[in-house]
Design a protein around this ligand. Structure first.
Ligand SMILES: Nc1ncnc2c1ncn2[C@@H]1O[C@H](COP(=O)(O)OP(=O)(O)OP(=O)(O)O)[C@@H](O)[C@H]1O
Ligand SMILES: [Mg+2]
Length: 293
């Protein structure tokens, strides 16, 4: 048994014996399809639903998440991997109570993490249960080694695809490569899909059935459809403002659709999704006061 196998065994054992964070890896075959947009805004919507969420920017060396949030972190992943910092120390506070771990910027060593290093990192993420209910891992696109390691090391994978013709073929290629990996555990991995930049609902459903049919037939993998996000000019505006669309444009179609995706992932009925907790209690209380007057 090599070191990677031993680590994996340890991770599985820990997952069985104690409560662990839920690690969801966001990926795609093709680049630029909206993974980072989805990750950041999903984190915010889940946080609004009362979950503790931490993002790991695993598109190493490109600093996507911090640029999107307009926040400069003091520490990044390189401080954990190579400079002896603890995982908790490298978590930066983001908006609306979310935390994020920067993948660094221009750090060569991070773009060449070995399989063992990725497994070590994923193991550390599962141990973040004191701080987070959900860890969202934003990866780079495609079949780069480190992306595949993340995908095969997590139990939940979220694939983003768009109506562009190559998006589905690239997503298929990614899943095919994943399927060939010896350490990919099909039974314990759930794969879900989000269709982004769609023009209508039908387009999203078609994308899902196109990918779903081939992966089921040739790879024996089932893909659950989480929903679609329409093409929305507010996404680009949000990028320019370095402010997530769910904060800058909370009533935009994107915000609503990502909210629905978050609710589905968390298995929360959509009617209950907003104003949970204290805010909801307060609203109810205020309504009652007004009713009585
Ligand atoms: N629903 C949408 N409508 C319009 N523009 C969008 C939408 N989703 C994402 N975009 C835009 O697409 C571009 C790429 O998005 P993003 O950076 O989230 O993609 P990515 O998949 O993370 O890219 P990469 O592969 O480079 O990491 C951004 O300019 C973003 O604003
Ligand atoms: Mg990205």
């Amino acid at each position: 048994m090599d070191q990677a196998d031993q680590l994996r065994k340890l991770v599985n054992k820990q997952k069985k014996v104690r409560k662990v964070s839920r690690v969801i890896t966001v990926t795609s075959g093709k680049g630029g399809v909206g993974k980072s947009t989805l990750t950041v805004n999903l984190a915010i919507q889940m946080s609004r639903m009362g979950k503790r969420v931490i993002i790991l920017d695993a598109d190493f060396g490109l600093a996507n998440i911090e640029v999107m949030l307009g926040i400069r972190p003091t520490y990044n992943l390189a401080d954990l991997m190579f400079r002896g910092r603890d995982l908790k120390e490298i978590i930066t506070e983001g908006p609306e109570g979310i935390g994020f771990i920067s993948g660094g910027s221009g750090i060569q060593e991070l773009s060449r993490l070995t399989r063992d290093q990725v497994i070590y990192l994923v193991q550390k993420l599962y141990e973040l249960d004191e701080l987070a209910d959900i860890i969202l891992v934003d990866t780079g696109a495609g079949i780069a080694d480190s992306v595949l390691e993340f995908v095969s090391a997590s139990n939940e994978v979220l694939i983003v695809a768009t109506p562009e013709p190559t998006s589905i073929t690239d997503a298929y290629a990614l899943l095919k490569t994943l399927n060939r990996k010896s350490d990919y555990a099909r039974e314990s991995t759930s794969i879900k899909m989000v269709a982004n930049r769609i023009n209508d609902e039908e387009e999203g459903l078609t994308l899902h059935s196109k990918l779903g049919v081939v992966v089921e037939k040739f790879l024996n993998i089932k893909i659950e459809y989480l929903g679609g996000i329409h093409q929305d000019v507010n996404c680009q505006k949000a990028i320019m403002r370095q402010e997530p669309v769910t904060i800058g444009y909370p009533t935009s179609s994107t915000s609503r659709e990502i909210n629905a995706i978050a609710a589905k992932l968390l298995d929360i009925p959509i009617e209950q999704k907003e104003g949970k907790g204290i805010a909801q209690l307060f609203n109810r209380w205020m309504k009652n006061i007004y009713k009585k007057k």
